[in-house]
Design a protein around this ligand. Sequence first.
Ligand SMILES: C[S@@+](CC[C@H](N)C(=O)[O-])C[C@H]1O[C@@H](n2cnc3c(N)ncnc32)[C@H](O)[C@@H]1O
Length: 219
Amino acid sequence: MGEDVFAAFEAAKGFMPADEGRALHAAAAEAAAALRLPLLEIGSYCGRSTLLLADAARRAGTVAVTVDHHRGSEEQQPGQEFHDPELADPSAPGRMDTLPHFRRTLADAGLEEYVVAVVGGSPQAAAALGGGGGGRFALVFIDGGHTDTHARADYESWVPRLAAGGLLVIHDVFPDPADGGQAPYRIWRRAVSSGRFAEVSACRSLRVLRRTAADAADG
Ligand SMILES: C[S@@+](CC[C@H](N)C(=O)[O-])C[C@H]1O[C@@H](n2cnc3c(N)ncnc32)[C@H](O)[C@@H]1O
């Protein structure tokens, strides 16, 4: 990854630390180069992690598809732990809008053309983008809603679109409940216990798995 992209990553709003960012970029670069298929992210927020997928996609001649309704997760709403008042929708106090920030992040880094941004709910986007016979991805990065309902829906909506040999990356995997919410950990466990993934690497809460079985059903 070029230092200019890494500097843009560090400057962007978001929650991902530098070492996890480098691990995500490495996974994205490997998957994009090996499979030459688009990369998929759930949870664009202000574009911090999207920059990394966009850079990997650019190098491999593909694109990063990123999905977000841009209204923030539960924990990012006013009064919640991860709320940022700078992300309020100027036309509607109390409502969040991360989309302008996301667009500025990608444009300022010169990576806009390597990103296809889908603005909408994750399961709705999965259903709309080709139904059961839709396209395949070289990498699926899950960092969307962190409730069990959202994490499970992200897993069930998008993991069937992961190509054989592709990488599943899940953020905020905390085996110890004292370190954070358990929903991402539960979908990571589900993937591991399905027998259809091999563990590739772990960097703090960022876990990388490789899909070893081609069929969509994973229990
Ligand atoms: C933790 S943030 C993503 C951070 C980003 N990956 C980064 O590292 O910079 C989670 C994002 O998921 C989005 N989100 C939560 N639930 C969603 C859903 N059901 N559909 C679409 N987006 C959702 C929120 O709007 C928020 O921007």
